[in-house]
Design a protein around this ligand. Structure first.
Ligand SMILES: *Cc1c(COP(=O)(O)O)cnc(C)c1O
Length: 462
């Protein structure tokens, strides 16, 4: 059998030098990695498009080349050359306890030793579903998937299935993953009736997606199946909901018979001990989760009231499935994180972030750049603009966020920070992620670096 396959040329001949092709030196959990950032990245670009498996990781919008991570430890990441960075990205929010937290490492190793995927129910998914439902009033059942993209995509299918309606309303600048129908207005500046936000998305796929500005309650008619929103927007930098916005969405949905979907893939179990729905007191019909609930492993989930969730197959007519859904390693990691982070830990983190944000904005402005560092729970935004070092007004929508980014100050500021060993996201539309491993001492490192970086950039801008 193997010989026959090899004979067709589809498989490498036995004994082919795969060790030489893969380098052999990096793997098996050994660290640190060897080699240089430029060699690894140049090599990555040969077999991986653009050298990255998610475009946000590329340095396209800030210029230059991403470093290649060898390992992480708490709030720090180390590149393959051994250089250390204070990590304010934390896998775009997926990591809450810091990198390689011993409790997570142990939980994942133990789960792996019992087998990594079965195609049968496992206790871990039951326990994690219970942990989520216990923390989120109104969310009585969840179904696990493998990414936030799938969570949002499936929640929409469910909303359309139970309402029998087609239309979906989303907000300009909110990101709900890369499924065809939700790519509209996710950063492309498309307004009103959705136009494809990516090549390869046919107009028909977004014909039922209506894109409207954030922080304005839209008028809904009886064709609308659901309104999907990031209750605290964290994919156009940080944009907090205006008082009354979420309450207004709740009322408008009820009046039109549409469902309200909170995409809490970032905010869930990161903005605080539970969700933005708990923080704001506005309860949606459906939630999307991801990132933190997988403890740094691939996961997503969507949930809501029992009678809505009953419309899913096998009990109902809305089909949804996944080979690796509820994966035992991911649920073990998620359970470890939710078990480790206490409400007091989240409160302490929110206090640290509030102090950090004030000091960070002060340092950047003292360095000579204009800045705003708004805060929502444990999340912080990071807006930088040209001199003088005045306070910027935190934006209320994507247009406002774009206007600040258009000054072009973020890219040189990003690089000036990186040269000082502080890693923020390589793009102006992300938020700053601190976690339980970021103490005041580490955050002080970032504040000092930000002041120096701002001064360097302000000088260069004259
Ligand atoms: C990250 C994110 C997603 C997509 O999750 P993936 O796991 O990257 O597919 C969806 N919605 C929001 C709000 C996100 O931040």
């Amino acid at each position: 059998m193997a010989d026959a396959a090899a004979g067709t040329g589809l498989l490498p001949a036995a004994g082919a030098a795969t060790g030489a092709a893969t380098g052999g030196a990096y793997g098996g959990g050994e660290r640190p990695a060897s080699g240089t950032n430029s060699a690894w990245f140049e090599r990555a670009t040969r077999t991986i498009p653009g050298g990255v498996d998610s475009p946000v990781r590329s340095f396209q919008s800030v210029g230059g080349m991403p470093f290649t991570v060898g390992h992480g430890e708490g709030p720090w990441v180390f590149d393959v050359e051994g250089r250390r960075y204070l990590d304010l990205v934390q896998s775009y929010g997926a990591v809450l306890l810091g990198h390689a937290h011993p409790v997570v490492v142990e939980a994942v190793c133990r789960a792996a030793s019992l087998g990594s995927s079965f195609g049968m129910p496992t206790p871990g998914e039951v326990l994690l579903a219970e942990a989520i439902c216990a923390r989120v009033p109104g969310c009585e059942q969840v179904r696990f998937v493998s990414s936030g993209t799938e969570a949002a995509m499936s929640a929409l299918r469910l909303a359309r299935g139970v309402t029998g309606r087609s239309r979906v309303v989303k907000f300009d600048g909110c990101y709900h993953g890369h499924s065809d129908g939700l790519l509209a207005g996710g950063g492309s500046g498309v307004a009103t009736l959705g136009l494809p936000g990516s090549a390869g998305v046919p107009p028909g796929a977004v014909a039922d997606t209506l894109v409207v500005p954030y922080n304005v309650v839209p008028e809904l008619d009886e064709q609308v199946a659901c309104v999907i929103v990031e209750p605290v927007a964290a994919n156009m930098n940080l944009v907090a909901p205006r008082p009354g916005f979420l309450e207004g969405l709740r009322r408008a949905c009820d009046a039109a018979g549409a469902l309200l979907v909170f995409d809490e893939v970032i905010t869930g179990f990161r903005i605080g001990a539970a969700t933005a729905s708990v923080l704001t007191g506005v309860t949606p019909d459906l939630w999307c989760f991801g990132k933190v609930v997988g403890g740094g492993l691939p996961i997503g989930a969507f949930g809501g009231r029992r009678e809505l969730m009953a419309a899913l197959a096998p009990s109902g007519p809305v089909y949804q499935a996944g080979t690796l859904s509820g994966n035992p390693l991911a649920t073990a990691a998620g359970l470890a994180v939710l078990g480790e982070a206490t409400p007091a830990d989240y409160d302490a983190l929110a206090s640290r972030v509030a102090r950090f944000a004030g000091a960070l904005e002060g340092a950047v402005r003292a360095g000579g750049l204009s800045a705003a560092v708004p805060v929502a729970g444990t999340l912080a935004g990071l807006y930088v603009g040209p001199p003088p070092g005045v306070a910027l007004e935190p934006p209320l929508d994507f247009g406002g966020a774009r206007a600040i980014a258009a000054s072009g100050v973020y890219p040189p500021f990003f690089h000036a920070l990186l040269r000082r060993g502080v890693m923020v996201a390589p793009g102006a539309y992300e938020v700053v992620f601190c976690g339980l491993a970021h103490g005041d001492a580490e955050l002080d490192v970032a504040i000092e670096a930000a002041g120096e970086a701002a001064a360097e950039v302000a000088r260069a801008l004259g």
